[in-house]
Ligand binder design. Structure first.
Ligand SMILES: *Cc1c(COP(=O)(O)O)cnc(C)c1O
Length: 398
């Protein structure tokens, strides 16, 4: 493993001043049990062999690295895509959900509990639950249930129970509270499964480690294709799991620049964005410390992005540290740039990207125009099928 990822977090889950575990003692006891189980079970030969088998035969890994020639010819640089859109269920999220599900099975759990915003994490977790024969309970705000109808149906078809959350703003934050409450009522037979490299220890570490497969594969494939490591690696950052997955193989790589792309939404003047590291300050949310978009009282601000998977006021603690240490450049793209990249990849390469992934791509296109002699590896975190109705209605076929 990369030295940086070996060094962090410490035994209490701290990534320098970030991370940790700011939760009630009752919940801490349960988190400690998950941490212990993670260290003892997930490093065993049997667990690793079973997860490898799942990745190959169920998920369809390794996903390819693809040289986007037409796009590259047009921009000047060389753009390569790590095709997580070809991972089963169409995004990288299944990588950590299968890991979390397998751990749950080894721990003798019967039920997986989680929240979901846009429904992507809910669908991936419901898929893992179906595979492992576990029950699955997904908490989701009523506003999101109305907005994300196809994902709600997917979860139900996969056998999950969708619990509507009707208090507060009825979106992601309330869904997290509701899922935690449900989990606390039954921590013996159930396990909480978070959707990104966020939350209290051990989740930021555990989710990163399950996502490392993306970076390990991509590095090997890239070297095999080109004979060298990439000059630049680009990934979008919501909570930061797909970015940590690919960055983990390139942090401190000589000559390799890393870029985490945050959603600038409608632009800074309106405040309608979710560019957490760009505009946030250190704070706390959902049981951990990180950069946070917050009001004067330290309460998380309302955030916005055209890509609902990037719509989170906090960010992973490891990204917060990587920013302070200047090991990763955190940059941003607007909705408009995201949409341009979405059509560009669809029409030039025949790949419809997720709006989240289109943020990374938009920045890569800018970079390619500036650094014409360099290679750029983009983590294409997911496919855009979930976004086509929305995009077509608003922007047409172009
Ligand atoms: C959820 C999601 C993201 C954002 O989550 P990260 O934890 O930041 O990776 C990015 N891309 C896709 C396709 C997603 O579904």
């Amino acid at each position: 493993m990369n030295d940086f990822c070996k060094q962090y977090p410490d035994a209490q889950g701290n990534f320098g001043p970030y991370g940790g575990s700011l939760i009630p003692p009752g919940l801490q006891v349960e988190m400690d049990k998950i941490t212990d189980a993670y260290y003892s079970i997930s490093k065993s030969h049997q667990f690793i062999a079973e997860l490898r088998n799942i990745r190959t035969h169920f998920q369809g890994r390794p996903t390819p690295v693809y040289f986007a020639k037409t796009l590259s010819d047009q921009c000047g640089g060389r753009i390569y895509l790590k095709r997580e859109d070809l991972n089963h269920t169409g995004a990288h999220k299944l990588n950590h959900c299968m890991g979390e599900g397998l751990l749950a099975k080894y721990m003798g759990k019967k039920k997986l509990i989680a929240e979901t915003g846009a429904g992507q994490h809910g669908v991936a977790l419901a898929t893992a639950a179906a595979y492992f024969g576990l029950e699955c309970e997904i908490h989701m705000g009523e506003v999101d249930i109305a907005k994300q109808h196809p994902n709600v149906i997917r979860m139900k078809i996969l056998g999950a129970t969708v619990v509507p959350v009707s208090h507060g703003l009825k979106t992601l934050k309330e869904a997290v509270d509701s899922a935690f409450e449900a989990y606390l009522k039954d921590p013996v037979t159930s396990i909480y499964c978070i959707g990104s490299v966020v939350g209290p220890h051990p989740f930021p570490m555990m989710v990163r480690d399950f996502q490392r497969v993306v970076g390990v594969e991509a590095r090997e494939q890239f070297v095999e294709m080109t004979g060298e490591t990439p000059d630049n690696v680009v990934a979008c950052v919501g909570g930061g799991s797909n970015a940590m997955g690919i960055f983990s193989s390139f942090i401190d790589e000589p000559g390799c620049s890393l870029y985490g792309v945050e959603p600038m939404g409608r632009g800074t003047k309106t405040g309608d964005h979710a560019a957490t590291i760009t505009y946030g300050k250190p704070g706390a949310i959902h049981g951990f410390k990180c950069y946070l978009l917050q009001d004067e009282k330290g309460e998380p601000s309302p955030v916005y992005s055209i890509a609902s998977g990037l719509d989170y006021p906090g960010v992973g603690p490891e990204h917060s540290l990587l920013h302070d240490l200047k090991k990763v450049n955190y940059v941003s793209c607007s909705d408009e740039e995201c949409i341009d990249a979405f059509y560009e990849l669809s029409k030039k390469e025949g790949i419809i990207p997720a709006l989240e992934s289109a943020h990374a791509l938009a920045y890569a296109i800018k970079l390619a125009k500036e650094k014409k002699r360099e290679s750029i590896l983009v983590n294409l975190s997911g496919r855009g099928d979930k976004d086509i109705d929305f995009v077509y209605e608003k922007y047409g076929a172009r």
